[in-house]
Design a protein around this ligand. Sequence first.
Ligand SMILES: Nc1ncnc2c1ncn2[C@@H]1O[C@H](COP(=O)(O)OP(=O)(O)OP(=O)(O)O)[C@@H](O)[C@H]1O
Length: 300
Amino acid sequence: MSTDATGPATSTPAAPPTRHPNTQALTIAHATKIYKARGQGRGARVTAVDDVSFVIEPGAAIGLVGASGSGKSTLAKLITGSERPTSGTIRFGDIEVNALRSGGLRDYHGRVQMVFQDPYGALNPLHTVEYTIMRPCQNILGLSARDAVRRVHELLEIVGLMPAAQYATKLPHQLSGGQRQRVVIARALACDPDVIVADEPVSMLDVSLRAGVLSLLRRLRQERGLSLLYITHDLLSARVVTDHILVLNRGRIVERGQTKYVLQHPEDGYTKRLLDAVATPFVRQPPAGAVGASADTTAA
Ligand SMILES: Nc1ncnc2c1ncn2[C@@H]1O[C@H](COP(=O)(O)OP(=O)(O)OP(=O)(O)O)[C@@H](O)[C@H]1O
């Protein structure tokens, strides 16, 4: 993986699928993040993440679930290296994320990619789909312009935007929310990451578009061996894409285990309240053909 972000390497051979099996675990050990509290006077502090430890094994899909303000996004920022923990460590294989500086951090971002909540704000309205996805192919993988275009088309097909040529020339405002989120996911896949951290990736989408994006994430994980950290306040969607779940309350993990088991047998009162806030009968016994069972891969 190139550390040179100055532009495409014109002598790079044909754009191959550069996927290599991910063998690295992402290890979060005793991570704590304390901020100065906003608007609460001098010296006031808020502990956004409090002594959190877990491991994302290669190919695992972990759900990080909690109500608003529980610390989910802060934890995502610590994992992607955009914030440093007050104490504790984040490691990817033998890489200590907190110690990375510009070039190392750029390489790390090639391996651990983020998909944000807002597909409307995540894309530059002036850039075509092709240009948006090409840039990481060139900057991080070092592909030539021609090879990057080829890879863009391959990625558009992977995320179900077909025919790729039709979508490549579009601007964001010409796409639905679900299609935009697929472009965001294609961009995240462009540099062939090992891990995707998806922070509420469907919460801003119309309900009718959510199933398609969730099944895409599930399929990508199965087909490409990606590890996934799926962050949400919505236990139903976590059930669709994750095997294991961590429940976060006020920065602390209050419950963890297999997703299906935790949803059926919650032990912590906070998890029970989160579950009560959704359609409990659905969680316990999903009907055939429900969102969680959908194999939809259409470009919603
Ligand atoms: N930069 C910051 N400065 C001060 N406090 C912050 C900062 N970022 C987050 N916090 C506080 O840390 C706590 C956790 O916030 P965080 O955004 O991580 O929660 P969240 O679970 O992602 O919430 P939401 O689902 O609403 O996005 C909150 O009390 C929040 O106000």
